[in-house]
Unconditional design. Structure first.
Length: 783
């Protein structure tokens, strides 16, 4: 990140001032030019409205390129010329106002009458841009012309009954019309377009057997029109699709696959299928692409304009290299490059690599850098070379490339002794000094490119590199005793012994007291530390539930970030201390710390800590206060179910100890019935309720039935069967025996014997009790 200021530019009243600005500072990348100032008036100085311009500086690409990296660019003069100059030399014609190279109904509005885009196609080729024509049937097959729908002859039917098609009526269209259309279009462009991608995301519109008919018809027609053309299928994102396509016999009717590879597993599926069947792979992805403009354009996303642009979205473009490496891809196309001018009608600017004025967004610049550095390369995999780095390997005709970033989203730095002829580039395409430490980003990529004969030596150099984080980020929550406000102290340490660090720190927390303070500048000398404070919109006594928060430091084109689950670092230490005090039976001290932490805890933490406060009060023999705390937790709707169930159980035990049997029974029932409570707690509650009522049974038959019901509920909880459930089953049978309900007792004893998993001691007791029962019942008959 470069920043350069030019001041002291007076312009006299009524005059025009001009000053040349050299936009080439010897570095490639995306840049902003800002012009502001003040006007002197009789009433004082008045600010001049800020003017903002974005531009990019890129190396001039070769005249001829393989078009390895492309985008879904509008086939119109201005965007094609911009892409050609940038080195983004391939367009895929899905959407982006390319209906005349995409939609059947636009290309052939009437049978046999075609609308051609010859001038646009020739213009693209003149600018070095290769066209992959994506012939599509449209959303819900709306791109199929009405005249081709609902054929009468069953042998002429292609069906579309996928999950995104209307269910009220089967959608069909004419196979013969489709065949004639494909043959005519491919034949017309046989000298200018050599690749034909047939239907985007077909798995939404057709079942595999229907897709097989569509692809077979299209493939045979295309090859008749141009035997040298390549027919591409879109598929592979869903694990079931390619095996299903293979099963219905469609594999022979396409030359390559075009689809997403968002993780290694998806990439491996594509790679293995392609290798098995001799296909090539092209990858694609769509991204949310943020503008570099920070003052004059309405944000397309909820982004903070004062935050440096590059880490938020630009680095996502590096997924291109990753997907190619995973899938063995020979190219990548970014969705999308729809242009905001001319005949552009499908304005989704947040997805577009062009700014509103036609300049490239930072994501477009990163794609152009890839296109220039890695043209003609294909993905080779993700080798594990250094365990602290993620390395993605690509191979060209005579060169190799490693695209490298820190593993586990870490920013790392260190010396790498690169072999002669191997060069390092940052993700904006700037060559790095081989004598200086290399900075490995966590979201972007660092490129190592060299002749293939230096591959193994480079691999060894990466493996031997000792890398360390260049910065440390630490956070601590503080309470300002004077104001009562909670603050966060962030300590930033520059671990570099020989280089300064300049950047911006973002504390991405909605709890900030002052929204505008969330971005703070950072400038540290070698080895220097600095504390930065952020005030929170919470004060002593407030209760808040902090969501996950991120701390980000932007510097030297990378982002060091740290996920912070709430503001709990200091609280964790205090909580551990209180837990230790509770264990050591220092109840009053533990209670004091728990109560201090309650105001800044989430609902779940409050319920857990409330239980501990009640236990501390019990330890201090403050029975009534303990009951009050247990009651709070038990009835707290926002608390964790396990805490609420434990609180009801504790209340029941306390009531039982006071001989308040009805209150105890009600609390036991609450613990047993609480939705989401632990199975073990529920089983224990029902068992204890049954035990208590059984003991009181002498005076009440109603207690006996309630106790039997509770035993049954405890025994019916599968997760508790091995222990408390088995015990409940045993005592259910014992109680029925004591009530002289012998047939029922036999059944319940046998359940314990027949159902595996209960503790052996319960099974043994049940067997002995059943044998004794059988003997006692048989004795009168013997006499």
């Amino acid at each position: 990140m470069l920043e350069e200021r030019t001041g002291n530019w007076p312009v006299a009243a009524g005059r025009t001032g001009e000053r040349p600005v050299d936009l080439n500072r010897g570095r490639t990348g995306a840049f902003r030019l800002l012009v502001d100032g003040e006007a002197a008036t009789p009433a004082g100085r008045v600010p001049i409205p800020l003017q903002e311009y974005t531009f990019s500086v890129l190396r001039r690409p070769p005249e001829r390129m393989a078009g390895t990296f492309g985008a879904y660019i509008t086939v119109a003069p201005e965007p094609i010329e911009i892409a050609g100059r940038a080195g983004i030399r391939r367009t895929v014609t899905l959407s982006s106002s390319n209906e005349l190279l995409q939609t059947w109904s636009a290309i052939e509005p009437e049978p046999g009458k075609f609308v051609w885009a010859d001038a646009r196609v020739k213009h693209a080729l003149a600018n070095g841009v290769i066209i992959t024509a994506n012939i599509d049937i449209g959303h819900n097959a709306a791109g199929i012309p009405k005249w081709a729908r609902d054929p009468v002859d069953p042998a002429d039917v292609i069906s579309c009954t996928g999950n995104r098609m209307p269910k009220d009526k089967p959608f069909t269209f004419s196979k013969q019309a489709w065949e004639r259309f494909i043959e005519a279009v491919v034949g017309h462009y046989r000298d200018t377009i050599q690749e034909w991608l047939i239907v985007d995301e077909p798995y939404h519109y057709q079942k595999p057997e229907e897709y097989a008919v569509l692809m077979k018809t299209a493939y045979q027609a295309a090859k008749r029109a141009n035997p040298k053309c390549r027919v591409i299928a879109h598929g592979g994102y869903y694990a079931h699709w390619l095996p299903s396509v293979e099963k219905v016999g469609a594999v022979g009717y396409f030359d390559g696959i075009h689809d997403y590879a968002r993780n290694p597993e998806q990439g491996q599926r594509l790679r293995e299928f392609a290798q098995k069947h001799g296909k090539f792979v092209r990858n694609v992805e769509y991204l949310w692409q943020v503008s570099l403009y920070q003052t004059i354009e309405t944000p397309k996303l909820n982004m903070i304009r004062s935050v440096p642009w590059y880490p938020e979205v630009v680095d996502q473009v590096t997924e291109a290299v990753k997907s190619m490496a995973w899938a063995g891809g020979e190219g990548f196309s970014l969705y999308d490059g729809r242009f905001p001018g001319g005949d552009f009608t499908q304005l989704d600017a947040y997805k577009c690599l062009f700014e509103y004025d036609g300049s490239l967004k930072p994501s477009g610049v990163v794609l152009a850098v890839m296109a220039n550095l890695l043209d003609g390369f294909r993905g080779m995999g993700q080798p594990v070379i250094n365990p602290v780095l993620d390395t993605f390997e690509l191979e060209g005709p005579a060169r190799f490339a490693f695209a490298v970033c820190g593993a586990d989203r870490r920013v790392l730095e260190g010396f790498v002794r690169l072999p002669e002829g191997v060069r390092a580039y940052d993700f904006m395409g700037n060559q790095l000094d081989p004598a200086a430490p290399l900075l490995f980003p966590n979201y972007g990529l660092l490129y190592l490119v060299g002749p293939r004969e230096r591959l193994e030596a480079t691999r060894a150099a990466l493996a031997a590199a000792v890398l360390q984080p260049p910065v440390d980020l630490k956070m601590e929550q503080l309470l300002d005793e004077k104001s009562g406000q909670y603050r966060v102290r962030v300590t930033v340490t520059n671990r570099r012994p020989d280089r300064p660090l300049t950047g911006k720190i973002l504390f991405d927390a909605p709890q900030l007291r002052d929204f505008w303070s969330k971005v703070q500048p950072v400038a540290l000398g070698p080895g220097e530390s600095r504390n930065i404070y952020f005030g929170l919109n919470y004060y002593r006594g407030d209760r808040f539930d902090p969501p996950e928060t991120r701390l980000n430091l932007y510097f030297d084109g990378v982002r060091a970030d740290q996920a912070l689950s709430g503001f709990t670092e200091t609280h964790s230490l205090r909580l551990r201390k209180a837990d230790a005090l509770l264990k050591e039976k220092q109840f009053a001290e533990a209670e004091a710390i728990y109560r201090e932490l309650l105001p800044v805890m989430s609902a779940g933490q409050v319920s857990e800590t409330g239980l501990k406060i009640a236990q501390a009060l019990q330890g201090q023999e403050k029975g009534e206060a303990a009951l009050t705390e247990f009651q709070k937790v038990a009835e707290g709707a926002g608390g964790r179910p396990q805490d609420r169930a434990a609180a009801w159980l504790a209340l029941a035990e306390n009531h039982e100890g006071r001989q308040e049997i009805d209150a105890a029974a009600a609390a036991y029932r609450k613990a047993g019935e609480l939705e989401g409570g632990p199975a073990g707690t529920a089983a224990t509650a029902w068992y204890q309720m049954a035990r208590m009522l059984r003991a009181r049974n002498q005076a009440s038959s109603r207690d006996a039935e309630t106790a039997l019901e509770a035993y049954r509920k405890s025994a019916a909880i599968p997760e508790a069967w091995a222990n408390i459930g088995g015990c409940a089953q045993l005592y259910l049978a014992h109680f029925l025996r004591d009530l002289k309900r012998y047939p029922e007792a036999r059944v319940e004893y046998r359940k314990l014997l027949d159902k595996p998993g209960a503790l052996a001691m319960y099974v043994k007791q049940a067997r002995e009790a059943l044998e004794a029962l059988e003997k006692s019942l048989a004795a009168p008959a013997a006499r």
